[in-house]
Design a protein around this ligand. Structure first.
Ligand code: AMP
Ligand code: MG
Length: 481
């Protein structure tokens, strides 16, 4: 590994140095060798992946540390939070010379653990491992993981489960909540910290007339784009608190996430989300709310010669980019998924009409787009109770496509409509087997999700392609992971 250890150069008030506490009986779960190669792990390091991914081996180049941050959880100020069960164990350069964090999740208690035990269970580790991999393969910026290890150590949740660790990679573990903590508890660090964030993550903004405004605008835009991409594949993050969104717009901390199956915009995946704050359809507006909270934390950074009111106005203006950027990306993406020309005025409305049919007929989001792409209109029609509605849609759809370059539109569709997503029941099956020490289903899903747009007849199972029958109860996902 090539180290670029930069977080430890910040004020020690922003973290706590400590070593991971390994679990009893640590053993291999799964290793992402392709990612390890991208991260320039040597052959020797790759051979030692189990020790590295179980906290048994750390690096003299980087003192493992828990970050402190704060946040708004479910809309309420939650005060100090921080890495309660994860440690940053390295910052290394990948093949593209980008600095990547290695964060070991489940590595034991820290001063920020509050009531928690500092551990992660195999169930949630597998869910995060597969979802990070799936999102990356779908072209959505996200944390990923080099590997995970299981153990023989019991960890108490609603029931006793197996402890596990995940070595997560991300381009950034600095959360919106970092700024909230600094403002609340250590305001003298705000200017330096912000400067470092710009240098590390948005160096192009250093040359702007007002680097902080340029930085804020970039964060707003990247977050809007990330959320547009979530919406397009039906991903629901599940716990979009301000401590779970980072400043580079790459998906992070998606514990109780879900990929939507039957199209239900108000679907709640996270059973701890009693009020439905983080449903699929709320995500765009919650992103906006979180950024608004964040921007307020940049208020004290008034540049010299600026009027306070003007600064407030200019910061607020950064947020005005959010909605148009989100809508533009969502609109373009939906047209592409539909195989409709984005310059045509009626394409977006036609896409929305299709979504309304999916909603009223409770059809599977992913499978329905694949059927549209394969021109399996009869299959779609046969699943509709309101046949007339679908026929009207189809007429409109075909008339828009009639005079277009259909081959080009079809090709674009193939790059926008995954055949495979990580359905809850797929993850669940892999987990149940892994809990019995059989990781073959994790292997299979890992391969399948590596190429979500490509049909893999040898690897796929019929169950991967659609939702469970309506009468089979859904797997609800809990926050306690
Ligand atoms: P989350 O919403 O899962 O990202 O977690 C919110 C906060 O709770 C973070 O500060 C976590 O580090 C902390 N946390 C979650 N689970 C545990 C645990 N088992 N032990 C200690 N801290 C935890
Ligand atoms: Mg979190």
């Amino acid at each position: 590994m090539l180290f670029n250890s930069r977080y430890p150069a910040l004020s020690p008030k922003l973290y706590h140095q400590q070593m991971p506490l390994p679990l009893i009986g640590a053993k291999a779960g799964h290793f992402n060798q392709v990612l390890a190669e991208e991260l320039q792990w040597s052959a020797e390091e790759q051979a030692a992946w189990v020790e590295i991914c179980s906290g048994q081996r750390t690096f003299s180049e980087f003192p493992p540390l828990a970050m402190v941050y704060a946040g708004h959880q479910f809309g309420q100020w939650a005060g100090q939070l921080g890495d309660g069960r994860g440690l940053l164990i390295a910052q290394i350069l990948d093949k593209k010379q980008q600095t990547i964090d290695l964060h070991l999740k489940g590595a034991g208690q820290t001063p920020y653990s509050r009531m928690g035990d500092g551990r992660a269970v195999l169930r949630s580790v597998i869910r995060e491992y597969l979802a990070g991999h799936a999102l990356n393969a779908l072209g959505i910026p996200s944390s990923n993981a080099v590997g995970f290890t299981s153990s023989t150590q019991g960890v108490q949740r609603e029931k006793l489960e197996l402890g596990a660790m995940l070595l997560r990679t991300s381009d950034c573990h600095i959360r919106l909540g970092h700024f909230e903590w600094i403002n609340q508890y250590q305001a003298d660090l705000l200017a330096d910290f912000t400067q470092k964030c710009i240098e590390w993550h948005y160096p192009e903004c250093l040359h702007a007339e007002q680097p902080i405004l340029a930085f804020a605008t970039q964060v707003v835009q990247r977050t809007a784009i990330m959320i547009a991409k979530w919406q397009l594949v039906g991903f629901a993050h599940g716990v979009m608190n301000t401590d779970n969104l980072n400043i580079t717009g790459s998906t992070l901390d998606f514990g109780p996430y879900g990929f939507m199956e039957r199209f239900r915009p108000n679907w709640i995946n996270n059973h701890s989300d009693y009020q439905g704050r983080y449903t699929y359809q709320q995500q765009p507006s919650i992103g906006h709310w979180n950024l608004w909270i964040w921007l307020n934390n940049l208020m004290p950074l008034i540049p010299e010669g600026y009027e306070k009111e003007q600064w407030k106005e200019d910061l607020t203006a950064c947020l005005s980019h959010y909605e148009p950027i989100f809508l533009e990306h969502y609109r373009l993406g939906l047209c592409q998924k539909m195989g409709l020309p984005d310059f045509h005025q009626e394409s977006f409305d036609c896409g929305m009409l299709f979504l309304r049919i999916l909603q009223s007929e409770q059809l599977d989001y992913t499978q329905s787009f694949i059927r549209l792409q394969n021109k399996e209109y009869q299959l779609l029609l046969d699943d509709c109770l309101d046949r007339r509605q679908f026929e009207q849609f189809l007429q409109q759809y075909q008339s828009i496509r009639e005079h277009q370059d259909q081959a080009a539109l079809d090709q674009a569709m193939q790059q926008a409509n995954p055949r495979y997503i990580l359905r809850n029941h797929m993850a669940q099956r892999a987990i149940e087997l892994a809990e019995r020490n059989d990781f073959s289903e994790v292997d299979r899903l890992f391969s399948l999700l590596s190429q979500p747009f490509t049909k893999q007849p040898v690897v796929e199972r019929a169950e991967d392609l659609g939702p469970l029958p309506n009468d089979v109860p859904e797997v609800m996902v809990s926050c306690s992971s």
